[in-house]
Design a protein around this ligand. Sequence first.
Ligand SMILES: Nc1ncnc2c1ncn2[C@@H]1O[C@H](COP(=O)(O)OP(=O)(O)OP(=O)(O)O)[C@@H](O)[C@H]1O
Ligand SMILES: [Mg+2]
Length: 462
Amino acid sequence: MAKVRTVFVCADCGTSQPKWVGQCPSCKAWNTFTRLTVAGGGGAAGTERGSWLGAALPPARAQLLADVGMADVVRIPLGVGEFDRVLGGGVVPGSLILLGGEPGIGKSTLVLQAAARLGREAGPVLYVSGEESTQQIKLRAERMALEADGLYLLAETNLTAIMAEVERIQPRVLIVDSIQTSFAEDVESAAGSVTQVRECAARLMRLAKTAYVSVVLVGHVTKSGEIAGPRILEHMVDVVLYLEGDRFHSYRLLRSVKNRFGSTNEVGVFDMRGQGLVEIPNPSEVFLAERLTGVAGSCVNVTMEGSRPLLVEIQALVTESNAQIPRRSANGVDPNRLLLLTAVLGKRLGLPLANRDVFVNVVGGLKISEPAADLAVALAVVSSSQNAPVPSDLAVIGEIGLSGELRSVAQLERRLAEAEGLGFRRALVPQMGLKAQAYGELKVLGARTVGQALDLALAGES
Ligand SMILES: Nc1ncnc2c1ncn2[C@@H]1O[C@H](COP(=O)(O)OP(=O)(O)OP(=O)(O)O)[C@@H](O)[C@H]1O
Ligand SMILES: [Mg+2]
């Protein structure tokens, strides 16, 4: 039996809406929406349904840039502050969002949390799971004590069936967990294959754009990123988010890699607990919470995660080596960078590291990829090697060059502001590009070389 789908289309600009509206959200024209009834569904509905999702709509007309009406982009806040911040304020209606992450990192937890709040506050949300039964999802929701009016659950992998429920429920947001388990029955390829993943995503994109539903696709990535993972979808979707973290630590970073509606510099920080992902509005405090003061081999660095400064503790341990080739072990910083830094410390400062093992660890499971952490790593190594603690009120920022020179770092002021806000009284930074000797209550010490920096840091009181 053929199903009938009704959409409302603006005669002026071709924008379509699931419901009739007086004024076109896109071109602002009044009373231009007309009802369009399109046959679809039934049988092998994948392709037919495609007709109401695109082909049956009137052909789009080219418009002069000056004539294009600005739709007020009303974002729908998800109610999970850190998630909203990463998205740039909330979900844009009709957008396609990809949330990727390694298995077990907490993707389903995060989307369920957002779906529950959204369903309660903004209208119906349809959460489709191809991996878990509705009972399993309910158990999770109960564990997380979620109140979820307006949240519909569907355990389904067949895209046709999913689309049928979208038509029936007309959700504001559709969540598909995961895109790898969804399949279009008219495509002859196994679920999870590149062809299926691409085709399903393309159909869901058409749904998003024509029916004005925001779609969140959950996708798995492996460490090597080899399987038909979300990477092949990155160019198709509007927003790409990755949930990252370390299995052995409870912190999770939600990072935006692409955002057609906002900045890609945002990072949200969460703590994975029994009741779900808890937002950490001030992550620096958490990363420094267990720091021991007055202990050699520890140094605080201000690193940037996107546009967000984070204070992290870098620890080093330098011990006599029994191995023929002394070990250099780096956890949270690039091992090659550690090799380079130990070479610079040996050559420029004469630090005796040739027959010593060096271990470096970033506390909290965070991974720092920027060279602005160089000076803090170097200081931690020297501090451990000489058994001289770095003063506990000192934050350290700077890149080290091969000649032992300190190089300026980006966004210094934001880093200093974060250090000041957390009660640090002194900051050690590269002299190059330094504009002020103080930042609020924070005294800023400039050094030109790693040697000078060490003198300034380790000569002071602890
Ligand atoms: N009862 C529980 N109490 C506390 N934490 C739990 C509990 N059950 C699960 N978790 C946490 O939730 C994590 C799994 O989260 P979730 O299912 O959201 O991840 P996912 O990224 O969706 O995984 P998958 O790849 O399997 O879909 C587990 O790794 C665990 O840390
Ligand atoms: Mg999951």
